[in-house]
Design a protein around this ligand. Structure first.
Ligand code: NAP
Ligand code: G4F
Length: 331
């Protein structure tokens, strides 16, 4: 049975990818960085089935040792500083993790075993101030944040190691993908969490920044399937993964509050401090190459995505109330 190493296994995508790989019969090795408290919330349900190993994208030797010890057939590099606003306040750290971290891992593969197949988590943030609509694998990049710039570096170093050393290295240019496991700071989960709290009387306000920006939002479990498919082809290649639909943050508010029969305009406060120094106004991807070559298609619609996230947050907050851990009195 093949072995896969997943960096970023404690994140949203890492947890779904680990589930998928286990179902396919892989031995799954998850790389985690050392923390003073364990943050395995997203992988607790599969913790007994995976091997957890400590390592860090900042530490070259840890990457080399992990590859030597576990000899994976496939490496999925999902680890990154992935929150765009933090990249403006910590641009150098973001570059270390999200850009140079990719080179450290690719170089470890080159040294230990260049036959390892490699997946890089590239991002639609690379398109930034978009040069064409919709965006494809051939659209020029124009990143608008230190995160986007770092991802462009990660993308091109992946292409470079493929061309220079013949490594089977793929870059998945994934558009925004969400789920109940999405970090609470990202706008979709921030909204659905607030919807649930407002519905249950636990909150009465949601502060947001730019409501006009548009994203191509899909469902994370669909997107990790595309990652795996990319590493099962005869030749390595790069793929856009997207739904092909674009919606504004305002649209997401409308649908998410609507699922709880609430009017978002009564609760949302626009907060200038949540605007970014430079914004990505419009993203919409053309995933037809992935459809043609990988047989990949998204399965969850925009409205369904919002509904399932609201439902999950409502269940969570109802349980908190039932257990006496949250109450309207704490408002
Ligand atoms: P996420 O939930 O923020 O997870 C990021 C993961 O990276 C976490 O497991 C984190 O560990 C780990 N990490 C951060 N710095 C690290 C370091 N120095 N060494 C080792 N691990 C480190 O992100 P996600 O949404 O699952 O996204 C997965 C990847 O896809 C990221 O690279 C992201 O940039 C990219 N991407 C995401 C989207 C999207 O819409 N979700 C779209 C395009 C691309 P801790 O738990 O210890 O923090
Ligand atoms: O949910 P977001 O923070 O996601 P963003 O910036 O698009 O980045 C995500 O998707 C990328 C793929 O394109 C990934 F590479 C990246 O790692 C991450 O997963 O913000 C979405 C939009 C932005 O235009 C932002 O300005 O929502 C707007 N927004 C408005 N108010 C807000 C808020 N975003 C956040 N996080 N918080 C707000 O209060």
């Amino acid at each position: 049975m093949p072995t896969a190493l997943v960096t970023g296994i404690t994140g949203q995508d890492g947890s779904y990818l680990a589930e998928l790989l286990l179902k396919q019969g892989y031995t799954v090795v998850g790389m985690v960085r050392r923390t003073s408290t364990i943050n395995f919330d997203r992988i607790r349900h599969i913790q007994q089935e995976i091997e957890i190993v400590q390592g860090d994208l900042l530490d070259q030797m840890s990457l080399i040792s992990i590859l030597q010890d576990y000899r994976p057939d496939e490496v999925y590099n999902l680890a990154a500083q992935s929150f765009v606003p933090t990249s403006f306040t910590q641009p150098v750290l973001t570059g270390e993790f999200t850009a140079l971290g990719v080179t450290r891992l690719l170089d470890a593969i080159r040294i230990v075993d260049p036959s390892i197949r490699f997946y890089q988590a590239s991002s639609s943030e690379m398109f930034g101030k978009v040069r064409e609509v919709p965006q494809t694998e051939d659209t020029a990049f124009f990143p608008r944040s230190p995160y986007g710039v770092a991802k462009v570096y990660g993308h091109w170093i992946t292409v470079n190691y493929r061309e220079s050393y013949g490594i089977y290295a793929c870059s998945g240019i994934l558009f925004n993908h969400e789920s109940p496991r999405r970090g609470l700071e990202f706008v979709t989960h921030k909204i659905t969490n607030a919807v649930a709290k407002i519905k249950l009387g636990l909150s009465n306000e949601l502060r947001l920044g730019n409501l006009d920006s548009r994203r191509d939002w899909g469902y994370a479990p669909d997107y990790v399937r595309a990652m795996w498919l990319m590493l099962q082809q005869e030749e390595p290649d790069d793929f856009v993964i997207a739904t092909g639909e674009t919606h504004s943050v305002r649209d997401f508010l409308e649908v998410a509050f609507g699922h709880a029969e609430l009017d978002w305009q009564e609760f949302v406060v626009q907060d200038d401090s949540l605007y970014r120094p430079a914004e990505v106004d419009l993203l919409v991807g053309d995933a037809s190459k992935a459809g043609r070559k990988l047989g990949w298609e998204p399965t969850v619609s925009f409205a369904e995505l919002a509904r399932l996230m609201v439902k999950d947050d409502l269940e969570y907050w109802r349980q908190q109330v039932e257990q006496g851990l949250a109450s309207p009195a704490t408002l």
